[in-house]
Ligand binder design. Structure first.
Ligand code: SF4
Length: 352
């Protein structure tokens, strides 16, 4: 069997936003929302991207499809480099990559009918006749489970779940290959969430779609994703096949995050140790030196405060950035002070 094809390749992607201040609005610093992220997404797979609010996952998703001007790094989608493509080249690539937004209420124009919302990308990128355009709109409404008779209604006449279906139909209009789903169910009632997730899964199977599924809901990501990337303060700290990540997380942050997920089985729940993280997430405008997680990590060592750990393969297909997982044969780096590599210290920085 041939190896799966990489549809999306991200290399050292950085998305820094300048901070201006003072009387002359000088540049005072920058928010490092995404700070050197590297991963691939294979054709037909769903990569889950999880992390706490503010970790940079939504910014990463938007930067990937060039809704932002990226600061540096490479993004290749279907073999084409889009990170620094010019406006015309980007316009041509737009049909390949689309986005489903978190809040369907806010992402749909309330003054447009469903037919005009779904037809908008067709107007922009195709030369369909009126009849063909309407046929395509009906076809898309059928695909997402919306009644064709409602094509001339307005978004406010629909429920939250139906509005998200309209958003999905719009995203599908141009036959995309890659869709960034940015918290697509977070604004929906729990009873509706599973329906929308099932729809996304059905569409993926029928149309061969590839998803980046961004969510803070670890249980939902476990259901939908093939592989999962965990983000903390602008960096991916662990990436692994779903089952491996949930059963054998390697990075201390992933371990803490998963220990907070409610376990429905009381037997398993009783044997589980919960890790409670202390302290706040540092500001992305002023991340700590060394490992980004060093200010909250229960396993922090001296070396963590000096050297940023390398994101490397720690088991087949499982990648993580942590000095604890370094190959003993390859020490963290020439600057690691002798005798400090593995000295555990407590949260306040003193040796334990
Ligand atoms: Fe914790 Fe150090 Fe690993 Fe960072 S490198 S996660 S601080 S043990």
């Amino acid at each position: 069997m041939s190896a799966p094809r990489k549809l999306v390749e991200v290399r050292d992607l950085k998305m820094h936003f300048p901070i201006h201040g003072g009387f002359l609005q000088r540049r005072m610093g920058e928010v490092k929302a995404v700070d050197g992220v590297t991963f691939d997404i294979y054709e037909g797979e769903t990569l889950g991207l999880v992390g706490e609010s503010g970790c940079g996952k939504s910014t990463c998703g938007r930067a990937l499809i060039r809704l932002y001007e990226v600061t540096s790094g490479e993004v290749r989608i279907d073999g084409r480099n889009i990170a620094h493509a010019g406006p015309e080249a980007l316009r041509k690539m737009r049909p390949t990559m689309q986005m489903v937004f978190q809040d369907p209420q806010a992402s749909l124009n309330p003054r447009m009918t469903v037919a005009s919302i779904i037809g908008e990308p067709l107007d922009e990128h195709t030369k369909l006749s009126r009849k063909e355009r309407l046929e395509r709109i009906y076809e898309l409404m059928d695909q997402v489970g919306l009644n064709r008779d409602f094509a001339n209604r307005y978004p406010h006449e629909f429920s939250g779940g139906q509005r998200q279906r309209i958003g999905i139909a719009r995203a599908l209009a141009l036959h995309p290959k890659f869709i960034v789903c940015d918290e697509p169910i977070a604004a929906l009632d729990v009873s509706i969430q599973a329906q929308v997730v099932n729809l996304l899964e059905d569409l993926q199977e029928k149309l061969g779609l590839t998803y980046l599924f961004i969510s803070h809901d670890l249980s939902m990501v476990r259901h939908i994703a093939d592989r999962v990337a965990v983000m903390y303060l602008g960096k991916v700290v662990e990436l692994a096949p779903r089952d491996r990540l949930y059963t054998d997380p390697q990075h201390p942050y992933t371990q803490a995050l998963l220990s907070a997920v409610p376990e429905p089985d009381p037997e398993l729940a009783s044997g589980r140790k919960r890790t409670i993280l202390t302290g706040d997430v540092p500001s992305p405008s002023n991340p700590p030196p060394g490992c980004n997680f060093s200010t909250r990590c229960p396993k922090v060592m001296e070396v963590c405060r000096k050297i940023d750990p390398e994101f490397r393969e720690v088991a087949p297909g499982q990648f993580a950035a942590c000095h604890l997982l370094n190959d003993p044969a390859s020490p963290p780096g020439p600057d690691a002070a002798a005798g400090t590599e593995a000295t555990p210290i407590n949260q306040t920085g003193s040796p334990t």
